[in-house]
Write a protein that binds this ligand. Structure first.
Ligand SMILES: NC(=O)c1ccc[n+]([C@@H]2O[C@H](COP(=O)([O-])OP(=O)(O)OC[C@H]3O[C@@H](n4cnc5c(N)ncnc54)[C@H](O)[C@@H]3O)[C@@H](O)[C@H]2O)c1
Length: 270
């Protein structure tokens, strides 16, 4: 029997990359899943590939009504809600402060923070009553950028630090009924897009030489695939396997925090 047998989850941004990997893994563990996704094309593919165990809702995480809709349609179809995974985000392509165009600063800030932070807050707000009814939990996707500089520019890094703050505050406020935790993955080649305000709305992170970067700045030195991170979400969603965890964040970034100052490659005889 899977770890999530009988569980019902919502995943935002479940149309590609990490979100899609979490959806697939949750299904394999016995869950049923609702997905909020802004790409109609990705949503159609998800539903065609995965069938009736998934309910897809086309919408935007920056709209409270769309978050309410995905919770409502998921509960209407599957009867309950145990887990809300807030995951949809964009990246700033490490745009430095000095390189941000003055005439689009406001637009750029709002776009990044509305998707990456407000989207998570609205999702939690829309889900909270249903989660309280089942003793469920919220899982927020953070990033290595929630802990260290250099995984983005000031806007992405600040937005992911804000997500860490949301996890702590919501874990405090929503206890004891609802647990709130995070997963902080490192790099992976996905469709992660940039801000439209920088003209990067159609560009994705797969255009960046991530494998080389990961080799330099992690001790594990391997670029994981999205599916390699999904088990962390299963653990935190599973009531019987993580009932004492709240306010916790699983750092699964290949060991950036233990990188140290010495050369890693060839540094031992193992
Ligand atoms: N790719 C990486 O290297 C990396 C590293 C660390 C953390 N992350 C985090 O992983 C999470 C998932 O990103 P990914 O890499 O799988 O990218 P992705 O673009 O493949 O997946 C994100 C999904 O969210 C959707 N989406 C984007 N904005 C939306 C909105 N406003 N409303 C609804 N849906 C929206 C996209 O269409 C996409 O399907 C993000 O929180 C990201 O910050 C990614």
């Amino acid at each position: 029997m899977g770890w999530l047998q009988g569980n019902v989850a919502v995943v935002t941004g479940g149309g590609s990359g990490l979100g899609r990997a979490v959806v697939e893994r949750f299904l394999a563990e016995g869950a049923q899943v609702g997905v909020l996704e802004r790409s109609a094309e990705k949503l159609a593919k998800l539903e065609a590939d995965l069938g009736d165990a998934v309910v897809g809702v086309h919408g935007d995480v920056t709209s409270y009504q769309d978050n309410v809709r995905v919770v409502g349609e998921t509960v209407a179809r599957f009867g309950r809600l145990d887990t809300f995974v807030a995951n949809a985000a964009i990246w700033d392509f490490s745009t430095k402060l000095v390189d941000m165009p003055e005439d689009s600063l406001d637009k750029l800030f709002d776009e990044m923070f509305h998707i990456n932070v407000k989207g998570y807050l609205l999702g939690a707000k829309a889900a909270v009553r249903e989660l309280a009814a089942t003793g469920g939990s919220i899982i927020l996707t953070v990033s290595n950028a929630g802990f260290y500089p250099g995984g983005g520019g000031p806007l992405y890094t600040a937005s992911k630090h804000a997500v860490v703050g949301l996890i702590k505050e919501l874990a405090f406020e929503l206890a004891p009924k609802i647990r709130v935790n995070g997963v902080a993955p490192g790099g992976m080649l996905t469709d992660l897009r940039g801000p439209g305000a920088l003209g990067l709305g159609e560009t994705n992170i797969s255009s960046v030489p991530l494998a080389d970067l990961v080799k330099q700045c992690t001790v594990l030195q391997q670029l994981p695939e999205a599916a390699d991170y999904a088990g962390n979400y299963v653990l935190l969603a599973s009531k019987s396997n993580s009932s004492a965890s709240t306010g916790a964040i699983i750092n699964c970034d290949g060991g950036m925090g233990v990188r140290g100052l010495a050369e890693v490659a060839g540094g031992n005889d193992l």
